[in-house]
Structure formats: C-alpha cells, structure tokens
Design a protein. Structure first.
Length: 530
C-alpha cells in the first residue's frame, strides 16, 4: 500500500480524535500481544509419580538451550546440557579475564538490550526474580561521526504514530517520502506477513532497497544501523529480514525502543541464578564439554556414545552445521548445510584513564565510519565497573562492531576500533588504555539475502530430535534474544507433546502488520519486480 494512503487518514484522525485512533490501531494489532501456544488443560503438566524419567540431551547452553532445559527439567525429565564453553549463557555468557595489570575482571560477549516485548524471555526472568534489579535505558540514541544525533526518547510509542513522531523530530521530511520512489515502497514495512514478505522481498538487500527507494538520509541511517544489529552490512542483509525486524521491534507493539538491562555483570545478575535454577530441578550441566558425535540408535539417540531418548540441538550455527553434517542415522533430518554465520564481529572492552562527556545514555549506537557500531559506558551503570573506576579513575568502555568489513585484516580491527572511538568522542584523544579484552568472532546467524527458504523449523523430521536457536524458522515474529528463547520453548514443547504432557505457553507480537493484506500500489511491481 502507498504510504500516502496510510498517512493522510491517520493525520486527519490525529487532529480529530487521537484516542480513537490509538484504540483502532491497538485493536487492529490484537492488543499488541497474541497467545500462539496455550496448554491443553486436560493434559498433565508433569510426569506422574513413579514414571520413568526420559533422558534429554540439550546440546548448547545459550538462551535457546537454557529455555529448553529449564522447561523440560521443571516437568520432571532428566536433562543433561552440553556446552563447549566453560560457562553457561552463549551470547549472554560471562567469564573471568586477567588484565595486563594482573587484575582479574569479568567480561562478556557484549551489552544486551532486554526489550519489553520480549514476552517469553521476560516472563521467565520475572518468574526467577531476575529483572528486579534491571534499569531502563533513557534513550535509544544514534550518534553520527560529526556529532549529529537521532534519539527516540519521548517519541510516541503507538505504531505508525511513532513514524510520524520521527518526522516531527526531523529524522526525515514528509516531502522526501511523498514525492519520490519511497512513497510506493515504504508501505512494505507496515504490511509484514511472513509468507508474503519473504516470497517478495528476500531476494533484495537493504542496499537494493536504498538504491530503488532513494531513501532520505535519516531513514537510511536508521535502516543501516538496524541491519548491522543483525551482523550484516546493507548489501547483504535481506530486505525481508529488515521488514520483519522493524515489525518486531517498532511496528507491532506500543513499548517503543526503550529497553531494560541488568546493573550487574551477567554472571551474578543472570547466570549464577540460572545455574542454580537448573540444578534445583535436577538438570546436569556439562560445561566445557563439546559434542563430537550424534547418532540415531534404535528408538533413541547416542550423544558421544551416551544414550538419550530425546535431543534438542541448540548450538550456534557453526556448531549445529558441524554436528548435523557428521550425524549418523539421521538421513531424514536436514543436514543444515545452508546455515551460515554472518560477518565477523568484534567486541573490545577498554579500561581507560578518562571518561566521555556527560549526558549520554549508557548504550550508544554509532553510525560507523568504517566499523564502530556501538559503545557501552559500563562504568555508568554496572556495579563491577563502577567499583573499578572508583579505585582507578577513568572509564570502562565497550566497543562493538557487528559486521567487520571483509577487507579489514584481523590484526587491524582492534586499532581501527580505538581510532574510530576517538573520532566519535574527541574528548578521548590521547587516552591511555590500562587494560583490555578483545574478541573477534564469526558465529552469529546470517540473515542474508535468500537464506530464509532453507532455514529449518523446530521439528527435524526425526521423532525426538528438535532444533532451537535464533537460526530456527518460528511460526511467529521474534528476533535475537527473544527468538533464541522462544525457539527453546518450541523445542521443549515438541518433546512434551511426544510424552503427552501439556505445552509451555508462548506469546508473541502480532504475526501480521497493520496494513498486511492491503492492495499494493501499481508502481511497486515496477520498482520491486517479483
């Protein structure tokens, strides 16, 4: 649908009766929250007393594996979690690191935002009492290299009205959208429907869309930073995935882009209590234990020769492809050969002798010059970093590059990040680094052009074997942390269904956008051929 046909009546309704408009949008989007799985009350929740306890191997201890393991252990199954790293949590993991000074600090894969529409993850964390010490970010801020800023603080959180709010902020001008190719293309962001969106748009990249739509600068900036959050530059990320991400994060609920985060390191804030919860329900954790072989044996499975009744494969894409590629007796299951990681990403934690200017949120998205995508000011919220600065002065900063350019050699990434940091924050010129922890990895899921069709679903096609991770195709919109956690619930529900037990409830944002199913403008077919 043309964006003009959407905006004009909305502008009229805003002027006449904004309360009525908000109610109409909320109803159209099913109250912003949809029950996609509800347990059958006629089914038992746990195994009956005295029943044999089926053995389940959960391969991978990230959020997907944690969700599956916690759900199944709570229901009385004998769960063993295999995790190749010596710590639990996957991308939420944290571990000790010794600085050049001899001090030991804890570091992690990087800062994570817990958005308020992460319904399943947040509900579970609340059940464990782990969000009580979370704090809300005061703004979602995008910072340009010349000091320009785009902020989302105070923008209307009602879908579509939030887009109009960005125009009022000067992020873009109506005339740039209404009198160019974007007029008949921007509607795709309000029309999300998985089948239609991916059939039409998965062949295009963000760069293709930008070239065709001639996006105004402010919108281009927002799209570009969103695409890198999924570990891909704009010439690789699927336009369909980007439409899905805008639907999920901005156009399907009224929570806006404000999110919460823990004020302690992930180990005491999340991981230690999660390990205790799993142990309290009888789950066995085998940390530092990777899986070499997976095989179908009789009616069950062998994981490195040990017998299990069910398996949940919940590693990252690199591990999942390797395990399934070498699996024995699982010919009916996909080998996951099409799974691939995104571009390299880098995380650099710096302990430095000076601070950045005041008045900034603790997490800042940067419109990279070459590779710097975000900066976290840990010393302004995390208790451990606050204590380090109280003793040494200075600051604790974390630099993120979500999609390191292929042409940049590994050996140059660290120094390039520091140089770009100073460009965005000139007050750091001449900084002295007192300690650091640097990671350069390539194990995050690729959401590139053309990959969606081959993405596996939860059920493997082999009874007893289920897939979980943000790389799994879910029957509802979810991304990043929420996608990982919800996929673990889906995998657990597959096991529970085999045992005749009630499913774990799952909620989601609406599966279709505000304007899904509306006729598209005739010119769109010419601009974006099918």
């Amino acid at each position: 649908m043309s964006i003009v046909l959407v905006l004009i009546p909305i502008l009229i309704l805003i002027a006449v009766t904004p309360t009525l408009l908000r109610g109409l949008i909320r109803r159209r989007l099913h109250g912003y929250r949809v029950a996609v799985v509800r347990p059958d009350p006629a089914l038992a929740r746990v195994l009956p007393p005295g029943a044999a306890r089926p053995r389940v191997a959960v391969i991978g201890g990230g959020l997907a594996g944690i969700a599956a393991a916690s759900t199944l252990a709570e229901r009385g199954l004998a769960v063993t979690v295999y995790e190749s790293k010596p710590y639990l949590g996957g991308k939420l993991g944290a571990w000790p690191h010794t600085l050049a000074t001899g001090e030991t600090v804890r570091v992690s894969h990087g800062f994570h935002a817990f958005f308020r529409h992460y319904y399943n993850l947040n509900a579970w964390l609340d059940r464990l009492g782990l969000r009580q010490q979370f704090r809300a970010i005061d703004d979602y801020l995008i910072l340009g290299p010349g000091g320009e800023q785009v902020g989302f603080r105070g923008v209307d959180t009602t879908p579509v009205l939030n887009l109009l709010g960005l125009a009022r902020r000067g992020v873009y001008r109506f005339r740039d959208v209404l009198f160019g190719p974007a007029r008949d293309l921007m509607g795709v962001f309000l029309e999300y429907d998985e089948r239609a969106t991916f059939a039409r748009l998965d062949r295009y990249s963000l760069a293709d869309f930008d070239r065709i739509a001639q996006l105004p600068h402010g919108l281009k900036l927002a799209f570009r930073t969103f695409s890198r959050a999924f570990f891909a530059e704009e010439d690789r990320v699927s336009l369909a995935e980007l439409v899905k991400s805008f639907h999920f994060y901005y156009l399907s609920h009224d929570h806006g882009l404000i999110y919460d985060y823990p004020v302690q390191d992930y180990e005491p804030a999340l991981l230690a209590p999660i390990r205790a919860h799993l142990a309290a329900h009888g789950a066995t954790l085998r940390l530092g234990t990777g899986v070499g072989t997976l095989a179908k044996v009789g009616g069950g499975f062998a994981v490195d020769g040990e017998a299990y009744d069910h398996v949940v494969l919940a590693t990252d894409v690199v591990g999942a492809r390797a395990i399934m590629g070498a699996a024995a007796g699982l010919e009916a299951a996909p080998r996951l050969a099409e799974l691939r990681p995104g571009q390299r990403y880098a995380v650099l934690r710096l302990f430095v002798d000076r601070d950045v200017r005041p008045g900034l949120p603790v997490f800042i998205v940067t419109d990279r010059v070459q590779l710097l995508d975000a900066v976290t000011l840990y010393h302004r919220f995390e208790e451990e970093s606050v204590a380090w600065v109280a003793q040494h002065g200075g600051a604790v900063l974390e630099l993120h590059s979500y999609a390191v350019p292929d042409a940049l050699p590994d050996a140059e990434v660290r120094d390039a990040l520091v140089a770009e940091l100073v460009r965005f924050f000139p007050e750091l010129a001449g900084l002295v680094v007192r300690g650091e922890a640097f990671q350069l990895r390539r194990d995050f899921t690729a959401f590139h052009v053309g990959l969606h069709a081959e993405r596996p679903v939860t059920a493997s096609g082999v009874q007893g074997l289920y897939f979980a991770g943000d790389w799994v195709k879910l029957p509802f919109p979810a991304m990043l942390l929420e996608a990982a956690f919800a996929s673990g619930l889906m995998a657990a529900n597959g096991v529970l269904a085999e045992l005749g037990l009630a499913a774990e409830p799952i909620d989601a944002v609406p599966s279709r956008g505000l304007m899904a199913g509306m006729p598209e403008p005739p010119t769109r077919a010419r601009l974006l051929p099918r």
